[in-house]
Design a binder for this molecule. Sequence first.
Ligand code: XLS
Ligand code: NI
Ligand code: NI
Length: 478
Amino acid sequence: MIARNILLLLLCSNVFLAAIATAPQTCPADASSGCGDNSSGEWEGEFFPGIPKIKYEGPSSKNPLSYKWYNADEEILGKKMKDWMRFSVAFWHTFRGTGSDPFGVQTKFWPWEDGTNSVAMAKRRMRANFEFLNKLGVDYWCFHDRDIAPDGKTLEESNANLDQVVALAKELQGKKIRPLWGTAQLFVHPRYMHGAATSSEVGVYAYAAAQVKKAIEVTHFLGGENYVFWGGREGYQTLLNTDMGREIDHLARFLQAAVAYKKKIGFNGTLLIEPKPQEPTKHQYDWDAATSIAFLQKYGLLEEFKLNIECNHATLSGHSCHHELETARINGLLGNIDANTGDPQIGWDTDQFLTDIGEATMVMLSVVRNGGIAPGGFNFDAKLRRESTDVEDLFIAHISGMDTMARGLRNVAKLIEDGSLAELVRKRYQSFDTEIGAQIEAGKADFEILEKKAMEWGEPKVPSAKQELAEMIFQSAL
Ligand code: XLS
Ligand code: NI
Ligand code: NI
């Protein structure tokens, strides 16, 4: 029986080899399977042949592989567009996204993938990442530890895998490219099913701490400018089995330890919390910007953290992206933007590239009011739709997202130059530009003073809010 199988295999081997050459291999995603080409990490061919370096061609260009609005070195409002934007590619969506959803398997088979989850494959993928960044003209990238290198059988083995891939990334980064931020993936592995820092299991808390420690170290080594804490599974499915107070205390202790470690190793990047209201848990503790700010304040962490606002998370929490950005900004905590958007008809985190010019203009209004967003930037935490399966779609999606944000910036410049929106807002509050207004704003007007004024003035005249006029002015800039 065995001999017959071997004979059959030999007879078929030519057909088999020919099939490999034309179709993607489907080795199991297991580093120890022995399947796959172990030298693939050293492969240095071109990953995106036929795709040129993307250039600015202006709004009349019909070339999908060109920028129509994003002109990196052009100055707008006193800063180069690239310095306003600081765009970043998210490794997990662009290089690890498979197109699978709860109803269907992988739809994307990039030609450089050999079907394995080996270190060699991770290295080859890293080379693809840098060719992509260079062709796009983007200087930043973001990653989770486990996106860029495979998990090992032990923490030591996982760390060793990560070190190998990170060493290559450092070499490929050159002088210009660096991580906008790094983070640890604390939600995929089954050990994290109850959360990481908020797990009911102390061993999981320790494991997560070790993983974050290593992720901060490699972010620091790569010259990363920020480090992100997105809650992952830090939340609950039911309060019946959950000690919420204790879990949130644990989360705070975890973040305090991260601050101490960051300082210990001399990592000067900003630590960022990324709010999200639900998914994967039904209630995530970092619900929205305001909840996260209250948490930071309660635990004395306000000076140590800023916020990474993701537009799709904003709408999931029942706010607009602009609301979340403004909430962060007025508290001095606007640190970074995960630039994406949801679908108005779908109630989950669809992570689409933002292409709504009105929304982009609102986003850029906050960024300009903030005087920019450095050392943060715009990370495209966005993925191709499941049905978009061409390699060039990866470029088109980013170009479209970048052009949309660039249009937003140009529109804000128009609004500022026109001045009528700012004037409308100024006028709306002008009654406070008075002696008594100044007294109120300085906290010097007590209730007795105010009662005297109220009696002196009689019934106040209340003017129109001019909402439709504000909308008309806004629309005329788009
Ligand atoms: C998930 C989050 C995640 C973070 C990084 O919804 O957006 O991608 O940005 O862990
Ligand atoms: Ni995100
Ligand atoms: Ni998200």
